[in-house]
Ligand binder design. Structure first.
Ligand code: NAD
Length: 318
């Protein structure tokens, strides 16, 4: 199925909970013209394509949605990967690594062989390391290999802070950085409620808000996935929308700062590690990385998180 240059095509590998939440959000947002679904379970991909197609008469625009093969990725602009195993209750993301490495070995090579020259967007966990593995297996430029990183964690943080301070989460400017996982951190020195530093807001709140509550919010952000997995086995709507947000930044050449997982090239003295940091995303992928003015303890925690990712990745990447 050939397409012309102005047609925006997304290929999705992995039509499970995360993949299909992304696909459904993509259909509703109308962000692309063509959506290709691929899964090792071909019948599932086929059924999902049928089901989505039946929503088209109600959608805000038409789209071509179909299931296919890796060879169909040749003219895709973005390949989103949500294939592999997910966490069970109590299991951390890192324990998925070896199983998802095997999955990626079967996926990346045929995509590259198809002639695909677009942008890889990875959601599979442990996402920072799976993105690094995608870079190694594809041989692509690191600007064109992006992970969802801490975009979801940042959204969780903004939601909780929005609730706490009674403000629209879109007016909360705060980030989760580092690993999408247990070592992630919230640099509070960089957190703003509208235009005011979060510490100023607390100081002028006449005791309504307390600094110690921020720590509890950070713990709730890191623990959110486990809480949801315990309740309903998997998390998917939030990440589905986060992936659509990144796709929109790419297609719209938005140059939006999103806490994607990106390759560090000297920032904070770190090289060769994928971690979540505000990255400027546009049509060519990662256009810049925003270096935050971190406090000493925040920088130490961020470097520790990156070192953990580096050591873990080195065990599997040859
Ligand atoms: P799921 O089990 O519902 O779906 C996984 C899909 O991958 C299945 O349809 C399966 O058939 C397919 N698959 C497995 N092996 C494959 C292969 N070799 N080739 C092609 N397809 C293959 O799982 P899920 O809940 O959708 O989670 C998917 C991944 O996303 C997990 O690793 C999960 O941890 C991760 N996740 C990431 C975030 C994030 O913030 N990055 C959030 C939630 C979940």
């Amino acid at each position: 199925m050939k397409k012309t240059d102005f047609i925006k095509k997304v290929a999705l590998v992995g039509t499970g909970f995360v993949g299909m939440s992304f696909a459904y959000a993509l259909l509703n947002s109308g962000e692309c013209d063509q959506l290709l679904l691929i899964d090792v379970n071909k019948e599932k991909a086929h059924g999902e394509a049928m089901d989505l197609n039946h929503g088209l008469p109600f959608a805000k625009r038409n789209m071509l949605i179909y299931d296919g093969e890796y060879s169909d990725c040749n003219d895709a602009d973005i390949v989103v990967i949500a294939a592999g195993v997910n966490q069970k209750p109590g299991e951390d993301r890192i324990s998925l690594l070896n199983r998802n490495l095997a999955v990626f070995k079967s996926i990346i090579e045929p995509i590259v062989s198809s002639g695909f020259e677009g942008i890889f967007l990875v959601a599979t966990n442990p996402v920072d390391i799976m993105t690094r593995i995608t870079l190694s297996l594809s041989g692509f430029d690191s600007r064109k290999v992006i992970g969802s990183g801490t975009t979801l964690d940042t959204a969780r943080l903004r939601f909780l802070l929005g609730n706490y301070f009674s403000i629209d989460p879109r007016n909360v400017h705060a980030y989760v950085i580092g690993e999408h996982g247990d070592s992630e951190i919230v640099p509070w020195s960089q957190a703003y409620i509208t235009t005011k530093s979060i510490f100023d807001v607390i100081e002028h709140s006449k005791g309504r808000f307390k600094e110690e509550d921020l720590q509890k919010i950070a713990i709730d952000v890191t623990g959110a996935a486990q809480e949801i997995i315990k309740a309903k086995s998997a998390t998917y709507y939030g990440i589905g929308m986060a992936l659509v947000r990144i796709v929109r930044a790419i297609f719209g050449d938005e140059k939006s700062a999103l806490t994607a997982s990106v390759m560090l090239n000297g920032q904070y003295g770190i090289n060769g590690v994928y971690a979540g940091l505000p990255a400027v995303i546009g049509r060519n992928g990662v256009e810049d990385i925003v270096v935050l003015d971190l406090k000493d303890n925040e920088e130490k925690s961020f470097i520790k998180s990156c070192n953990f990712l580096k050591e873990t990745a080195e065990k599997v990447i040859v």
